[in-house]
Design a protein around this ligand. Structure first.
Ligand code: NAD
Length: 254
């Protein structure tokens, strides 16, 4: 693909900005082989029934749903996925001192694997690399529980209290972690450039973050495969593959 004419302009804005915030969504990880929800090859686009598995009420009420979720976790492409060029580009942006905060809706841990530092990163929808007990709050590594699923437990219980175990992710119907939301809102309110990358910008409250940045006078740049509700308000919208656009932007910076 020929370079998009706005790539150089975005690099110029990044180099002059004092406080850049990036928000990523499932679209940055499709190039790592992890499907998104709402894109053309998305999990929900292909199977609308799958949405039910992401709802906390169904999960807590129905052992059959939990069994389906654990099976899907076991088979997730995430465990063998490697960071894509988009993840690498954001890690490089941080290394160069250009990225203040990286907010991700993704639960796959690929930003850390690419080298983004935990203290700059907000995993606002949690992580599938850990599990949590819904009763006693105990947390631990996901692989230990997945080994139990592999061994035949369809709905493994908490070892300590017998409570329902769940990936340490925010399901639909669950509140966000307050400190994560406040940190993200503060970063958006303080930024002068907000990059929204690979997200349909329809999942609230995260989808309110670009508006917070706009209200604070920041520029908004969107890189996504499809239109978003914020396109009309953005300074630049690039409809193109993240794995080409972000490395091209970073190539103009140092
Ligand atoms: P979404 O599925 O609603 O939207 C993803 C967007 O990315 C789509 O608009 C699609 O056009 C775009 N996209 C896909 N591949 C692209 C590419 N290579 N280049 C440019 N654009 C591309 O995702 P969302 O907005 O993040 O919301 C979905 C929710 O699902 C999030 O809360 C997230 O936690 C969760 N989720 C996470 C993962 C993951 O961790 N990898 C995967 C699926 C869903």
């Amino acid at each position: 693909m020929a370079e998009h004419p706005d790539v150089r302009r975005i690099a110029g804005w990044i180099s002059k900005a004092e406080h850049v915030v990036a928000l990523t969504g499932a679209g940055i990880s499709t190039e790592s082989g992890i499907p998104d929800f709402r894109g053309p090859q998305g999990v929900w686009t292909k199977n609308p029934r799958a949405e039910r598995l992401s709802n906390i009420d169904h999960y807590m009420a129905d052992p059959q749903v939990r069994a389906e979720v654990w099976k899907a976790r076991l088979e997730s492409p995430t465990w063998s996925a490697r960071p894509a060029p988009g993840h690498e580009a954001l890690a490089e942006l941080e290394r160069q001192g250009h990225l203040h905060t990286l907010i991700t809706q993704n639960i796959d841990g690929l930003h850390q694997l690419a080298g983004s530092s935990p203290d700059r990163l907000v995993e606002i929808h949690g992580t599938m690399r850990e599990v949590v007990c819904m009763q006693c709050g105990d947390r631990g590594p996901a692989q230990v529980v997945l080994d139990r699923v592999r061994g035949g437990e369809s709905d493994p219980e908490c070892w300590d209290c017998g409570g329902i175990l769940k990936s340490a992710t925010i399901s639909f119907g669950q509140p966000l972690v307050d400190a994560d939301l406040r940190r993200s809102e503060a970063a958006a309110a303080a930024c002068d450039l907000f990059l929204a990358i690979g997200t349909s910008l329809v999942v609230y409250p995260v989808a309110a973050l670009p508006q917070i940045a706009l209200d604070a006078g920041a520029r908004l740049v969107i890189v996504n495969g499809e239109p978003t509700p914020y396109d009309h308000a953005a300074d630049v919208v690039i409809t193109g593959p993240i794995g080409e656009v972000l490395p091209a932007v970073v190539s103009y910076l140092s």
